[in-house]
Design a protein around this ligand. Structure first.
Ligand code: FES
Ligand code: FES
Length: 164
C-alpha cells in the first residue's frame, strides 16, 4: 500500500492565501502556482532554470520556481508580483520601469521586478555593476538590459525617471 511515488498533500501560502492540494512528487512550484493557485503573473519561459521568468519569492528569497518542487514548499510562504500590490518599493520599481522603457513585450518583467526588489531590499544602495550582476539570472530578449539597469538605478537614486 505504501508507495514512495504517491501523491503528497501540501498547503502553500500563496500571496497570503493558503492553497491546499495533492501534488505528485515531480510537480514544480511553477506548475502549482499557475495551474492550481491560478497565479498567472508568474511566467514559464524555459522550464529548466535558465531564463528567470518564473522567479518568485520563497520565504524571503528569490528562486526560480521551475526548479523547486511543490512538495518541498509545504507550509511555506510564496509571493509573486500580485503579492506586492501595496508595496512601495515595488511600486517605485514598476513606475521606473515604465518611465525608462524597461518593459517591451513584458514577458520577463514580473521575474525581473521580483529579482530587483528582493535585491534592493537586501542591498539598498548598490553600484550599477552590482545591479547588473543581480539581474544576470533573468533574461530579456527585448531591451538590451540597459533600460532595465537604468530603471533600477533610478530607484536607488530616488528618481522617478522622468526626464532622466
Ligand atoms: S522558466 Fe524557470 S528559469 Fe526559465
Ligand atoms: S521586455 Fe520582452 S523579454 Fe524582456
Amino acid at each position: 500500500m505504501m508507495d514512495i511515488l504517491s501523491e503528497v498533500a501540501v498547503t502553500i501560502n500563496v500571496n497570503g492565501r493558503p492553497i491546499k492540494a495533492t501534488v505528485s512528487p515531480e510537480e514544480s512550484l511553477l506548475d502549482f502556482l499557475r495551474y492550481r493557485a491560478g497565479v498567472t503573473d508568474v511566467k514559464c519561459g524555459c522550464n529548466k532554470g535558465d531564463c528567470g521568468t518564473c522567479t518568485v519569492i520563497l520565504e524571503d528569497k528569490a528562486v526560480k520556481s521551475c526548479l523547486v518542487l511543490a512538495a518541498q514548499v509545504d507550509g511555506k510562504r510564496v509571493l509573486t508580483l500580485q503579492g506586492f500590490e501595496e508595496d512601495a518599493l515595488m511600486q517605485a520599481l514598476q513606475k521606473s520601469f515604465a518611465t525608462h522603457g524597461a518593459v517591451q513585450c513584458g514577458f520577463c518583467t514580473p521575474g525581473m521586478l521580483l529579482t530587483a526588489r528582493n535585491f534592493l531590499e537586501h542591498n539598498p544602495k548598490p553600484e550599477r555593476t552590482e545591479i547588473k550582476e543581480a539581474i544576470s539570472g533573468n533574461l530579456c530578449r527585448c531591451t538590451g538590459y540597459k533600460k532595465i539597469v537604468d530603471a533600477v538605478a533610478a530607484v536607488v537614486d530616488n528618481e522617478t525617471g522622468e526626464g532622466a
